[in-house]
Design a protein around this ligand. Sequence first.
Ligand code: NDP
Ligand code: ZN
Length: 347
Amino acid sequence: MSEILTKGWAAYDEAANFKPITFKRAALKDDEILLKTLYCGICHSDIHAARNEWGVTKYPIVPGHEIVGEVVQVGKNVKEFEIGNKAGIGCLINSCGECEACLNSNEQFCSKGAVWTYNSVDYFNDNEITKGGYSNYIKVHKDFAINIPENAPLELIAPLFCAGITTYSPLKFSKVSKGMDVAIAGFGGLGVMAFKYAKAMGANVSVIARNDTKKQIALELGASNYYNDINNVDKRFDVIISTIPSKYDVLAYARVLKYGGEMAIVGLPPIDEKVSISLNALIRVSHKKIYGSLIGGIKETKEMLEFSLKHEIYPEVKIISAEDINKAYDDLLNNSSSFRYVIKFDE
Ligand code: NDP
Ligand code: ZN
């Protein structure tokens, strides 16, 4: 098999101005499948990475980890997919498969290091730096591709492979159930998904934002309360999911947890926006838990997709063409809408 000629969109430096790129992916391996990309969501993590806000970006970078595509080639060991099937790829394309985390399907914590969909060293493919879904073809180990049933709404499903699983996972971890009071902090692409899942799990769900721009949509979606300032929150919550992508006062949120409440942090601010916590203040919010949550494993991603399809839980999306990636980034950085931009790839 020969190398895979791929066309995509790359950022070349911290200005994150996307331009076309042509590159080659290593030839398909026996246990890999090749997808022709149909849709790819734009996650705020793509923005952090393209702008090198976490300090680890290798340029040129081709982001994109909310991918839906059509299977166009399968390796000879692949029984799970056939040409023409639709499949999804999230943040992971491979991992060692042998360590405790992998054996428990928490591949994101692979002790050898998971192979992330972009900007990661692919030690199964000559240490090539992975390039993501802002491109017309992408390959993945068969065990990291998610089967998508026929007739599923593909453009709505793409964002589930990051925004969906990243919010579903902590809600399950914190055992959200009927009647619980849940708050979502940061109401963008991830926040809306967290909101919809928590409601489907039977919780009363409130939104904590820092302005009123998303008040209308939150109320339309059935928010119990909408706060435009954490300091005005008069209610107490069993669970808070924070998707805030910048620096903020974490303990101000922990204070509005109920006794025994839990707060999951999924927002990943730029590395130079460090949050520091006063231990004295932390001790005053005792008997509450604050934990970080990083995407979710492949087994849970399949469960999330089933849950989403069953309850028809999808993001609010805006479909764009790849030429409009730069405009979408500007909008997400300046205007912060609650919908997910999803790139549609042409034939
Ligand atoms: P979006 O840009 O779609 O949404 C972020 C939202 O947060 C916006 O609505 C913004 O609105 C709001 N916001 C920003 N600052 C504050 C603040 N101080 N208080 C309240 N709201 C705020 O981003 P995504 O939803 O795509 O991603 C969110 C974060 O999650 C990112 O940091 C991303 O990297 C991270 N992430 C983490 C993952 C994980 O595994 N842990 C996986 C995927 C993403 P406004 O500006 O109007 O306030
Ligand atoms: Zn993401």
